[in-house]
Structures are given as structure tokens and as C-alpha cells.
Design a protein around this ligand. Structure first.
Ligand code: 5GP
Ligand code: ZN
Length: 113
């Protein structure tokens, strides 16, 4: 997608602090962290959100999350973490390329909204 911020980050047209990359996904640091560790897991294929996700996209995303589960120690998340994906106006989604927030590095609030 031409004007998608995360597609530009994936293509390297906009710099980011990458922590992991493979053929399916990129994981990089959120520019405005809301926890001591705040990463964004972004599938390389563009689709806006879970509603637009195809069956194949869902399979790839599950593979990405499984891969993430093998990296928790090196990412500083061995004590736990929270995964969040915002959708639409009520979800306060601001970038229309599906992404999973990975939050951790301390005990997070027990309130999620
Ligand atoms: P959303 O609000 O769509 O759920 O999440 C978008 C996230 O992207 C926000 O947490 C925001 O801080 C992050 N973000 C916005 N622009 C940039 C950027 O240019 N670089 C990085 N690394 N993160 C960004
Ligand atoms: Zn995109």
C-alpha cells in the first residue's frame, strides 16, 4: 500500500528500531512506548485489521505469534507480556496496517480500558 506508514517501515523507507525480521513479519520498537517494553509485531502483507484478514493471513499471523513465543527471553518478556490489536475508531486504531502491540517489562495495569 502506497501511503501506509508500516508498509514504508517494512520496506525500509522510514527508519525503525527493528528487533526481529523474517519472511512473514517485522517486530520493531513503538515510537511512543506505553510500557518499559513496547514493540509492534507487523505482518509484512498489508491488510488493515482482523476484519480484513483472510484465512491465509490468519494462519501466517498465528505462525508469527508462535515464533514470538520462542523469543520471550531475548526480548525481556520472560515474566509475561500483553498482546493488543486495536481495530477501528472505538479501538483507537491509528495505523491501518494490522499490528499487534507487545507490552511488558513490568507488571501492567489489570485494567485494559
Ligand atoms: P494503533 O494506535 O494503530 O493501535 O498503534 C499504532 C502505533 O504505532 C502507536 O502505538 C504509535 O506510537 C506507533 N507509531 C506511529 N508512528 C510510528 C513510527 O513512525 N514509528 C514507530 N516505530 N511507531 C510508530
Ligand atoms: Zn501497510
Amino acid at each position: 500500500m502506497e501511503n501506509c506508514l508500516f508498509c514504508k517501515i517494512i520496506k525500509g523507507e522510514i527508519p525503525s528500531a527493528k528487533v526481529y525480521e523474517d519472511e512473514d513479519m517485522l517486530i520493531f520498537k513503538d515510537i511512543a512506548p506505553q510500557a518499559p517494553i513496547h514493540l509492534l509485531l507487523v505482518p509484512k502483507k498489508h491488510y488493515a485489521n482482523v476484519i480484513e484478514m483472510s484465512e491465509e493471513d490468519a494462519y501466517v499471523l498465528a505462525r508469527c505469534i508462535k515464533k514470538l513465543s520462542t523469543m520471550t527471553e531475548e526480548l525481556g518478556l520472560s515474566e509475561g507480556f500483553r498482546l493488543v490489536s486495536n481495530k477501528g475508531a472505538n479501538g483507537c486504531q491509528s495505523v491501518d496496517h494490522l499490528h499487534i502491540h507487545i507490552l511488558g517489562g513490568e507488571k501492567l495495569s489489570d485494567k485494559m480500558a
